[in-house]
Design a protein around this ligand. Structure first.
Ligand SMILES: NC(=O)c1ccc[n+]([C@@H]2O[C@H](COP(=O)([O-])OP(=O)(O)OC[C@H]3O[C@@H](n4cnc5c(N)ncnc54)[C@H](OP(=O)(O)O)[C@@H]3O)[C@@H](O)[C@H]2O)c1
Length: 282
């Protein structure tokens, strides 16, 4: 699979942030989740320079490299310009020098160019135009295959697209917590949208309380509300690939099964009604 295809054919992408950053997740557990995700057909693996241990800048990308060993064609998404500087401290630097250093290091750890490299904190760099030009140069040189922005507003995307082609966007889109504005913008522009933390992350209120109609269906159908929500999202939101962060093999497999779950009108309606009751119109 080629790089520019990341997100072109929507599917469930598995992120490794919690596998690296959550205390108590062992390296063996992390590798087991990644292996299971690859074998179960994850559409891509999402990592970042920032998913690092204090003494190991490459922890997240090394996990992604194990995915590549298992399935050489699996697309790898990584992110630059945001990095760990201490036990609970991260910093940002979107300068051309920093992005080049990050991209070269990502390529080294992954053993081949990342299929997609995103500017991790588009909302926190000093000079977004410089960052975007630097990413475009790295793409031209073949250090990375495709480029994109993460945590970007519509205004920032407009500006970046005035400089170069943006191959993908990754913003948070948590069910019932986030509006769809950036997603809609990307669909209209033909840019694949990677919706991170669809469940709202590990600290969000329980999904069933945010999506009560889906929760009712989940009980009746004996299918998890997480799987129903992902399936309904893939059905209702063309061009959108959810980026999930399971820390257990069971939850990874449960969520990835959304890709093959048949979506009927009852599920479609329940999902739309749940989002509408939280102020989000599909
Ligand atoms: N670009 C950015 O700035 C940015 C920021 C944040 C995240 N991300 C990316 O997005 C990924 C996901 O983020 P996230 O982990 O915060 O959000 P998330 O996937 O919305 O939430 C993770 C939580 O969902 C639970 N979960 C997943 N599938 C489940 C299932 N089938 N049943 C029950 N619980 C389930 C997990 O439980 P278990 O832990 O028990 O499996 C975990 O508590 C990250 O790994 C990273 O790749 C990107």
């Amino acid at each position: 699979m080629g790089a520019a295809t990341v997100g072109r054919q929507p599917g469930v992408i598995v992120g490794v942030a919690s596998l690296v950053l959550t205390p108590g997740v062992t390296p063996e557990q992390a590798r087991a989740v990644v292996t299971a995700a690859v074998d179960a057909g994850a559409a891509a693996i999402d990592t970042a320079r920032a998913y690092a241990a204090v003494d190991d800048d490459a922890a997240g990308e090394r996990l992604a490299a194990t995915a590549r060993e298992r399935a050489p064609g699996i697309p790898i998404v990584t992110k630059a310009g945001h990095f760990r500087v201490g036990t609970s401290a991260w910093d940002n630097d979107g300068s051309a020098d920093r992005l080049r250093r990050d991209a070269l290091r990502s390529r080294e750890v992954l053993g081949a160019p990342p299929n997609l490299l995103l500017l991790h904190r588009s909302d926190r760099v000093d000079d977004l135009a410089e960052s975007v030009r630097a990413l475009a140069e790295l793409r031209d040189e073949g250090v990375i295959e495709a480029i994109g922005l993460s945590n970007a507003s519509i205004e920032q995307l407009e500006m970046a697209r005035g400089i170069t082609r943006i191959d993908a966007v990754q913003d948070r889109l948590a069910f019932g917590l986030d509006p769809l504005d950036e997603y809609r913008y990307c669909v209209a522009a033909g840019i694949p949208f990677l919706a991170y933390a669809p469940f709202g992350g590990p600290k969000a209120p329980p999904l069933a309380t945010r999506l009560p109609r889906l929760a009712t269906l989940s009980i009746a159908r004996e299918v998890s509300v997480h799987r129903l929500a992902l399936a309904a999202m893939l059905d209702a939101m063309p061009g959108c690939s959810p980026v999930i962060g399971p820390s257990r093999v069971e939850s990874a497999l449960d969520s990835l099964a959304a890709a093959t779950l048949a979506v009927d009108d009852e599920l479609r309606q329940a999902f739309a009604d749940d989002l509408r009751s939280r102020g989000v119109d599909l």
